[in-house]
Design a protein around this ligand. Structure first.
Ligand SMILES: Cc1cc2nc3c(=O)[nH]c(=O)nc-3n(C[C@H](O)[C@H](O)[C@H](O)COP(=O)(O)O)c2cc1C
Length: 152
């Protein structure tokens, strides 16, 4: 089927020691298995660009029981500037050591502040993601892409 609209997925991540980065790459890999979606992986996006995506999947590790400052700042700036993310698909994932609240906080912000459509519970990997965790990441990316393409 020919279509002029190509859904865009952003996999936005922060990672200090590479664990969440590996997860982000697997999420993107899964999303790219679905034809017709455009997938970008980045550790930076401006708030202005953010509204151009149909799905925003955020990878964030937990440091000091909190979100990392870049991601927090992005959401704060988006709220300040009145950027609407309403109805876009949102998901969150990340590596953690013992408590892992960061990705859950991202989901709460997405749902409560921005009224995004949350794809799933947050996806966590303890320290370095193993194959099973990476498979779950690929699966998350693929499911979000399919939902955008086919509404399932
Ligand atoms: C200074 C420091 C603070 C941390 N604080 C937490 C924490 O509060 N809760 C938690 O679950 N993990 C904590 N961790 C563990 C990290 O989340 C874990 O090392 C994770 O794999 C880092 O992911 P990254 O490689 O994507 O940066 C901490 C690690 C460091 C070095």
């Amino acid at each position: 089927m020919w279509r002029s609209w190509m859904p865009k997925i952003l996999v936005l991540y922060y990672s200090r020691t590479g664990n969440t980065k590996k997860m982000a790459e697997a999420v993107a890999e899964g999303a790219k298995t679905v034809q017709g979606v455009q997938v970008e992986v980045s550790y930076y996006v401006s708030v202005e660009e953010l509204s151009g995506y149909d799905a925003v999947l955020v990878g964030v590790p937990t440091y000091h029981h909190d979100l990392t400052v870049d991601i927090k700042r992005l959401f704060e700036e988006a709220a300040e500037k009145g950027v609407s993310l309403k109805g876009k698909i949102g998901a969150a994932f990340g590596s953690y050591g013992w408590s892992g609240e960061a990705s859950r906080l991202v989901l709460e912000i997405m749902r409560n502040r921005f009224e995004m459509d949350i794809a799933d519970a947050s996806l966590l990997a303890k320290y370095a993601p193993d194959q099973a965790a990476l498979d779950k990441c690929r699966d998350l990316g693929r499911r979000v892409a399919e939902r955008l393409m086919h509404g399932v």
